[in-house]
Design a protein around this ligand. Structure first.
Ligand SMILES: [Zn+2]
Length: 535
């Protein structure tokens, strides 16, 4: 494992004086903000589904860096289990060599998408083994893991058992997995079980005391429904798999994938090893997940933690699926789109903006190339790109290329304040599409302001200077507010309107208060930020 501090350095802020966190706690009211994506299973290469959750996490954590929080954004890869063992065998290699080949593809994809994760965990790392062993042992010592015999229908693709009535017929033949549509196998094995059934009341009490833990709220109802419909104990070990972490008290058994995988969120903060790191960062602020893994994250995981005497996660952001032609984007569905291919067409920021803005977080979205182009042209080419270009053009022609200062009592000041409030509230609510709509409201207001005043038709003078100073100030504020979604573009605008330093080092809310544009600085036009794409 490489040094995590080397990852995506440019996405993180410098360390302004006073924001540095010393040992033993926070300094100067800096709060910690810990966010995770699921770890991605290395049986497939990175696809749009992975990219979606990871971009949401990246944008959310970039916003919190602007807020001055001390942020930890974790992603990584899930590398154990029967599927990997079998895939490695099929490829004529060892599981370790197999995972060593795939994991870097995720790192490369995140680099391409300008993901500023602070840590990338692989479940084959020693620090992860330490945490899994510690968590297993604590649950075992608490009496919540017990040996039992399991027999049932098992799908290797799902790594899960199915009951008779969950199986489907395919071509007139019964006993097929409802997801993979292939035959299941009848297994009978001695397993250790986690006694999830004992946690129903404790989970319901916890969610009652933390009603906003799951966002958006309709996904919270789903989790509560799962708990109220009755909880079944689940198997946490296998004797049929060797590629994994062996139980500390019974070496014949290997930890089952979910118990292993979920623990990554603790491994990355030193659980079972570095008490100081762990107490500083846990509990996590948000696990960002897809709606298909609510059961594991919002039911199994907090119960496992309660058993072990660990605080449950503070929150969850549950996203829907980005559907392509109505189907979930996945390798087994055969419709995987490699996000990197689309980035070549639309640019990194164009791609990031589309997936954040198009679909309200928590709902399913329909990912289409036409939709991508339409939104790119409307919001980026015609709105933001056009605003930046026309401001620079008018400043060049009417203000000798020097940006004037804004008016304190500008008619745009109110639109800016409202955009700041809306953007802040929406990021706080893990609602990227709402946040961007609020940010874009200032872009729309500024374009209208220019159209109402038509400074390109007026003679140079104080009137034109006033209008252009206001527009430049709006652009300055936009470049900060839009930074979580389009970080490269934000920095480019920042520099073109003559500002020093980096957007990432600006601090909300002070930096987005009206009046920060100094005036008297050079404004340059540069190439189009978002050249129109022909539909
Ligand atoms: Zn299956």
């Amino acid at each position: 494992m490489g040094n995590p501090s080397q990852a995506n350095r440019d996405g993180r802020p410098g360390e302004p004086a006073g924001a540095r966190v010393g040992p033993g706690g926070s300094v100067g009211g800096v709060s910690r903000f810990y966010v995770t994506t699921p770890i991605y299973y290395v049986n497939a290469e990175p696809h749009l589904g992975h990219a979606y959750t990871t971009i949401v996490g990246d944008a959310l954590t970039r916003w919190h860096r602007l807020m001055g929080d001390d942020v930890k954004f974790l992603t990584g890869t899930d590398e154990h289990g029967l599927k990997i063992q079998q895939a490695a065998e099929a490829a004529g290699t060892t599981p370790q060599a197999f995972t060593d080949e795939i994991a870097p593809k995720f790192r490369a994809a995140w680099e391409r998408l300008n993901i500023a994760h602070d840590d990338f965990i692989r479940t084959t790392e020693p620090r992860h083994r330490t945490a899994v062993v510690e968590l297993l042992q604590r649950c075992y010592d608490a009496g919540d893991i017990e040996l039992d015999t399991y027999s049932g229908w098992y799908c290797v693709g799902c790594e899960a058992y199915y009951t008779d009535d969950e199986l489907i017929e395919v071509d007139g033949v019964g006993n097929h997995c409802p997801i993979h549509r292939r035959p299941v196998e009848h297994f009978e094995e001695e397993n250790y079980f986690f006694r999830l059934s004992r946690f129903e009341d404790r989970l319901l009490d916890w969610y009652a005391a933390h009603p906003d833990a799951i966002k958006p709220s309709h996904r919270a109802n789903e989790a509560l429904g799962l708990i109220k419909s009755g909880l079944r104990d689940f198997s946490v070990s296998r004797t049929t798999v060797d590629w994994g972490i062996h139980l500390p008290w019974d070496d014949r058994h290997v930890a089952y994938v979910w118990f292993d995988a979920l623990t990554n969120y603790l491994s990355a903060v030193g659980f079972g090893d570095d008490t100081q790191d762990y107490t500083e960062w846990w509990p996590v602020d948000y696990h960002l997940i897809g709606k298909d893994i609510i059961r594991f994250h919002c039911v199994y995981w907090p119960a496992m933690l309660m058993s072990a005497g660990v605080e449950p996660p503070k929150g969850y952001g549950v996203g829907g699926w980005l559907l392509v032609g109505g189907e979930k984007m996945s390798k087994s569905g055969g419709n995987a789109v490699n996000p990197l291919d689309l980035v070549d067409d639309i640019g990194v920021d164009g791609f990031r903006y589309y997936v954040l803005a198009e679909t309200p977080y928590g709902s399913d979205g329909d990912f289409t190339y036409d939709g991508l182009v339409a939104r790119y042209n409307a919001d980026l080419a015609n709105n933001l790109g056009n605003l930046a270009a026309r401001v620079a053009t008018v400043v060049a022609k009417k203000c000798d290329g020097v940006g004037p200062a804004p008016r304190p009592d500008s008619p745009l000041a109110e639109a800016a304040a409202s955009a700041v409030a809306g953007t802040t509230a929406a990021w706080d609510d893990v609602a990227p599409s709402k946040a961007l709509d609020a940010t874009w409201s200032l872009i729309r207001a500024t374009n209208s302001h220019l159209e109402a005043n038509e400074p390109w038709k007026a003679d140079p003078g104080p009137e034109v200077d006033a209008v252009m100073g206001d527009a430049l100030e709006a652009l300055r504020i936009v470049s900060i507010l839009a930074y979580p979604a389009v970080p490269e573009t934000s920095q480019t605008i920042w520099e073109r309107i003559g500002l020093d330093g980096d957007v990432v080092d600006q601090r909300v809310p002070d930096a987005v208060a009206w009046g920060g544009y100094p005036g008297g600085v050079p404004v340059v036009k540069g190439d189009p930020l978002f050249p129109r794409i022909k539909a």
